[in-house]
Ligand binder design. Sequence first.
Ligand SMILES: CC(C)(COP(=O)(O)OP(=O)(O)OC[C@H]1O[C@@H](n2cnc3c(N)ncnc32)[C@H](O)[C@@H]1OP(=O)(O)O)[C@@H](O)C(=O)NCCC(=O)NCCS
Length: 159
Amino acid sequence: MSPDGCCRQEAETTIGALTDLAAMRRLGVANGLEDAGRGDDGIVAAWGASSAGRLVGAVCLERRGSLQTVNWLAVEEECRRRGIATALCAEVEQEARRGGARQLWVTARAPRFFVAQGFERVAHGPERETLLGGCLSCPQYGRQCRPEVLVKTLETGGS
Ligand SMILES: CC(C)(COP(=O)(O)OP(=O)(O)OC[C@H]1O[C@@H](n2cnc3c(N)ncnc32)[C@H](O)[C@@H]1OP(=O)(O)O)[C@@H](O)C(=O)NCCC(=O)NCCS
């Protein structure tokens, strides 16, 4: 086990609101994500995972037109498969529900992670076209990244 970062047995990881959106983007880019250049206007809220004072994971809820989407999800490599991304996505879902969203969308380069979170693949439809539209000009599209659109229906609390 690595002596650094959150893989130290004693290092505790905490999840909380993140206001430093530049740090979220830096973490994402360092972990292979591409900045589509949409800026911060659509970002509703962001969360970070910190370990030993270091940002090791991040995510945001982003509004894209009428769609609520998960974006900028990344966890540092040595901290993966410990449930950090799951915990970050739970925050996004909670916030989306609080805002009245019935669905949560994602353009995913790691679709299997999102399937594990209860998302379903979307094979066609206008939302898919909208969300993938932004990928066509990305230099990673079809090379390092073959994105899929997925959606999760959010429970409305039984009403
Ligand atoms: C995708 C990513 C965020 C997952 O982070 P993580 O903290 O390791 O995820 P979790 O530990 O919460 O994983 C929960 C479950 O999702 C699934 N999962 C996670 N990573 C997976 C992967 N690479 N492939 C397949 N399934 C995966 C597993 O079922 C896992 O449960 P398990 O470990 O008990 O098998 C991380 O691998 C990452 O940052 N990758 C690079 C950036 C990226 O692709 N971001 C996603 C953009 S859409």
